[in-house]
Design a protein around this ligand. Structure first.
Ligand code: IPE
Ligand code: IPE
Ligand code: MG
Length: 237
């Protein structure tokens, strides 16, 4: 089982358009899937789930869609509050939340603080997140802390990321048919196994997620090494 699964939840807009609905309807339906996938993670012992909810590039969408997406996160967190507390889900936000409207910012900060001791699943919400922006932020923080160049290590940079203390994603799923990273977890995904699904995110059920987990379990990860040879058959010489 992967310890950390990351998901690029793509295809909401097309899901809605196929039904003759506004794109927003796809975002609303897509946001509901997170609950099922988080529950599956808990059942399978996945410790960290990172979901890509809004990228630094998504600001370039129409203003009404952006403001809808801004409201969606605090709204879903509120709607799933009892699940989050009963299932002991720890919420973390990856991304710049200072730009959220004050009331939402406070609501998000509250739930992060109130769930900090939960231990069943870390749910990382990548919101106003960009992988390159995250690296720039980390470097700025290291420089601000007066770290000397010779003391900069990969481990230190990892600890300056939003995901500090968490394992890198083992499995990175993108739904919606496209096969690109779109600036997601640039630093952390170097050895992630990619799983691309044609399914549009609002249709991505627990079954589809289980298929991705099964596919992951059939892969051989080498991390640059030579594959481990099967034990040699006992020779009769
Ligand atoms: C992903 O769905 C959700 C966000 C980017 C917020 P899209 O809105 O990108 O859906 P498509 O790709 O247009 O279908
Ligand atoms: C990636 O999807 C971002 C999120 C899922 C939040 P996009 O739909 O924004 O990605 P591109 O534009 O197709 O690369
Ligand atoms: Mg998209």
């Amino acid at each position: 089982m992967p310890a950390h699964v990351a998901i690029i939840m793509d295809g909401n807009g097309r899901w809605a358009q196929h039904r003759g609905l506004e794109r927003q309807a796809g975002h609303r339906e897509g946001a509901r899937r997170v609950r099922d996938i988080a529950a599956a993670c808990i059942d399978y012992g996945v410790r960290v789930l990172t979901i890509y909810a809004f990228s630094t590039e998504n600001w370039d969408r129409p203003a009404d869609e952006v403001s809808f997406l801004m409201d969606l996160i605090p709204e879903r967190l509120e709607a799933e509050r009892s699940m989050i507390f009963e299932q002991r889900v720890r919420i973390r936000v990856l991304g710049e939340i200072e730009t959220l409207p004050l009331i939402d910012r406070v609501a998000v900060r509250d739930i992060v603080r109130q769930t900090a001791h939960h231990d069943a699943l870390d749910l990382n919400i990548a919101f106003n997140y960009g992988g390159r922006a995250e690296i720039v932020r980390a470097l700025r923080n290291l420089i601000r802390d007066g770290i000397r160049p010779e003391d900069v290590t990969e481990d230190l940079v990892s600890r300056a990321m939003y995901t500090a203390g968490q394992p890198d994603p083992d499995l990175l799923i993108r739904t919606g048919g496209d096969q690109r990273s779109s600036n997601f977890l640039v630093w952390q995904s170097t050895y992630s196994e990619y799983f691309f699904s044609p399914i549009l995110w609002p249709d991505f059920t627990r079954d589809a997620f289980e298929d991705a987990l099964a596919d992951f379990s059939s892969r051989t990860r080498r991390f640059g090494r030579v594959p481990v040879a099967a034990p040699a058959a006992a020779s009769d010489a």
